[in-house]
Design a protein around this ligand. Structure first.
Ligand code: SF4
Length: 367
């Protein structure tokens, strides 16, 4: 405890400090000072100072949460969540903080340690870099620099969805204050802390699919198409394709509408998704046109292995694992040489088995 903290304690005592772990009151002459293990009454200024020093962990904790931890409530609640402040006593928490606490938020790992006079110092890095030495990472201290990192994946490709599990590695934000930590996380994953907090408070306002799409001027027809006699199948497919944990780290809380939940798994993310994002709406809009086509019957000659290979190819592309398939692994249907062999054998003038697509082909611009 430093003198600034004691001065703050003494002046706050005039209005009264009354928290779960520290109570300080004054009648203008003497002080009462209460912590979980001890209770003192009628203290002089010097005796209050001595008691505050003896139980300094409670004073520095009080100071941290009233003077240092960031406002508003959602930010403060997040900082408490990081160190599981609501689940442990002050001595237990401080012991853990001295060793360092690690928490995950999407693909981010937060590390917090106790610093001088009860302050905290935070570090943030990619979850897969948790065993890397900071000296081996590119070090940042300005939260705004997270914007540049967020923009592209490991291969330099643009990331249109900030919560896609494709955050690149190799960086660390160090020496962050609580406010800077929150700001950095909000730059990586906008609105996730606010929505998480709303959910904690039972106040998450969810906009379901039907309302979200109806609200988009000019595409009401999309809703009509997607609703036509098919129940919610199309929306199920969209949610399954886009909102699974492998594609997005948010936990989908929106459904078709208030009364019609979707069967597609919403995921296990720490932070919720409260409405269909613009990327999903834009993809869905495009797929609606494809899905509005009349189906036709085609006849292809395929061996059973070729049929299975096509299925494996679609699976591999959908799961993003084509890069992982070894060149010499010819047992995998999505192996590049096997795919090229299939194309050499089955394609004629770009058509599968030489069968033309037919009048008009696929919907314009959708393939
Ligand atoms: S709509 Fe789906 S993909 Fe978009 S942010 Fe929400 S959970 Fe993620």
């Amino acid at each position: 405890m430093n003198e600034d903290q004691f001065d703050a304690l003494q002046s706050a005592a005039e209005a009264g400090i009354d928290t779960e772990t520290l109570t300080v009151r004054t009648d203008g002459e003497t002080y009462d000072f209460v912590v979980p293990e001890a209770s003192y009454t009628g203290l002089s200024d010097d005796e209050l100072h001595a008691a505050a020093r003896r139980h300094r962990e409670y004073v520095t904790e009080w100071y941290f949460w009233t003077e240092v931890a960031p406002e508003p409530a959602q930010r403060r609640a997040f900082i408490r969540w990081v160190e599981q402040a609501d689940d442990q006593s002050v001595p237990e928490r401080r012991e853990r903080l001295q060793e360092g606490i690690r928490r995950e938020w999407g693909q981010l790992e937060i590390q917090v340690k106790l610093a001088e006079a009860g302050r905290r110092v935070y570090q943030l890095h990619h979850i897969d870099d948790s065993d890397e030495r900071v000296e081996d990472l590119t070090v940042h201290t300005d939260p705004h620099e997270a914007r540049e990192i967020r923009k592209s994946d490991e291969d330099g490709r643009y990331r249109p969805l900030s919560t896609a599990p494709t955050l690149r590695r190799g960086w660390a934000f160090v020496d962050l204050t609580p406010a800077a930590l929150v700001e950095t996380i909000e730059t990586f994953y906008p609105a996730t802390i606010a929505n998480w907090h709303r959910e904690q408070e039972g106040e998450l306002d969810v906009t379901h699919w039907h309302d979200a799409v109806t609200r988009q001027t000019g595409i009401y027809g999309v809703v009509e198409t997607w609703d036509r006699g098919e129940g919610t199948d199309h929306v199920e497919w969209v949610a399954e394709a886009c909102c699974a944990d492998s594609q997005c780290l948010k936990r989908r809380e929106w459904e078709y509408d208030e009364e019609t939940p979707l069967d597609a798994d919403g995921g296990d993310g720490t932070f919720p998704c409260r409405e269909p994002c613009s990327l999903v709406v834009s993809a869905a809009r495009k797929w609606t046109r494809i899905d509005a086509e009349e189906s036709r019957t085609y006849e292809f000659e395929l061996t059973p292995s070729e049929k299975e290979q096509l299925e494996e190819l679609i699976d591999a592309v959908a799961d993003g694992r084509t890069e992982e398939i070894r060149e010499a692994d010819f047992s995998d249907g999505a192996n590049r040489w096997r795919a090229r062999f299939l194309r050499a054998k089955l394609f004629e003038d770009g058509n599968l088995d030489g069968v033309p697509t037919g009048d008009g082909g696929a919907a314009e611009g959708d393939h």
